[in-house]
Design a protein around this ligand. Sequence first.
Ligand code: ATP
Ligand code: MG
Length: 571
Amino acid sequence: MKDQSKHVSIEAANAVASNFIRTIIDDDNRSNKWKGRIETRFPPEPNGYLHIGHAKSICLNFGMAKDYGGVCHLRFDDTNPEKEAQEYVDAICDNVTWLGFEWGKHLYYSSDYFDRLYEFAEYLISESKAYVEELTADEIREYRGTLTAPGKNSPYRERPAAESLDLFRRMRAGEFPDGKYVLRAKIDMTSPNINMRDPVIYRIRHIHHQRTGNQWCIYPMYDYTHCISDALENITHSLCTLEFEDHRPLYDWVLDQLVDKVPCHPQQIEFARLNLTYTVMSKRKLIQLVTDKLVDGWDDPRLSTLAGIRRRGYTPQAIRLFAERIGVSKADSWIDMTVLEDCLREDLNESAARRIAILKPLKMIIDNYPEHQEEDCFAPNHPQQPEWGKRTVPFSKTLYIEQDDFMEEPIKGYFRLSPGAEVRLRYAFIIKCVSVEKNAQGEIEAIHCLYDPDTKSGTAGADSRKVKGNIHWLSLKHAQPAEIRLYDRLFNDPYPDSGDKDYKKTLNPDSKKIISGYVEQALVDAKPEERFQFERNGYFIADRYDMTPNKLVFNRAVTLRDSWGKAVHAS
Ligand code: ATP
Ligand code: MG
């Protein structure tokens, strides 16, 4: 039943896998290119919540730095003030810390460099490497040409440097409205690479910035800002996703112009972004899901946001294991959701204590058990970790079992309970079903059983008889009511994000079910975010926000096995 291949230890699975980025770093170390220094950065734009795709980049950047004894910077790329907010900055810091990484003193903002960026722009103008453009945005687009046709020079391209400098200073001084002028790099309007056709590097935006306030009304563009920020921070390897491959010549061009002015020229290296089935990762779609209330906020446990994944019950270890396992490559590919889920199962199989919960209760009465008697049974906290000890689970005359563990008319191959059949109540006795009690509507209210007192688990008689079924139970009067949130995949379609599909039409209507179940007493003291395996039911986490000693709330993180598309409650 157990798939041995899935039981490799987390340690072994974490063994460093080789990838092309390591090869580059190893070569650089051999040639002493960076004098042994490794400095990477994770550069989010604070305009949304991070998702599992970002986790790949975080694990890569921080992970490489860690493995090679280097450092990784956290840099907020905050050059688009209209979409950015402190709320996102805080959430991103929180996510990175949660994943287990530290930036130490290396927390930066692109806006820290606004003065330097401006100074360099003036320098480029004075060197006739940049000019102030006054064509409109539409005209600029028209002049730019296409993938097959070269662009043509703007009539303002050869404007004297002194004139551009004067205009640029007046742009900064706030003399002009948004859109009146832009600053463009002077590269090559006939370049086959459109990014090199005199890209815009500054634009006018009269807008408040969350860090620099109203100090600036011109803001630098991403391509100009990013490479210079990397260089000023002495980054060695600037890792980014493949869509920036065509921007690399621009990255290098800017730094080549500033070779005497910045401390180094980092190497941009591109890798394939993470594509994960059954999720959307575009910021636009994530925002829509939240604002249209199709999910319960940014940390809805069904979302691929790191806040959601955390609330769902994922561990940082599982996510790091996932990042290691999927590796990094130059080729775009899709990763199946089961790969992520299996990483969590592997981690929690080792790290989560076992507990008992009844999700769909069915009352069971042991007819031959004395009315007021109670006794202790002992359940191991972890089957492979005897040193975790055992806990007491009280047994009494009236119990709850799972509805799915009883069938009045059993189908072929059903080894759980049915009239006349025998099963073991796990950690307790062998019982036999003798009758079924129904209400006026013919629905089952309770089942009646006889127990065999000589078969108690842990006693000499336990093995006197073999039965096939082995089901879990809770004593009714000791069971604690709990709210159980059963989460499943948010989408029914494996590729909700692709093409022009309407991803909202592929939402899984069964992705969230809230049920009232029962849990054992030991769970009353569970702390928010404590994770457990509920035997036979899956891995659960005490909800981070809603769990209190007075209201027990558990979220299902993942089922015990991959049950997608199959009956959910297997024995
Ligand atoms: P946008 O730039 O459209 O706002 P983004 O997802 O690129 O969205 P950023 O904040 O710029 O958001 O991302 C920060 C870093 O995370 C970037 O270096 C980016 O390449 C990386 N990243 C984003 N999505 C993924 C992904 N799916 N897989 C791997 N890395 C990713
Ligand atoms: Mg981006």
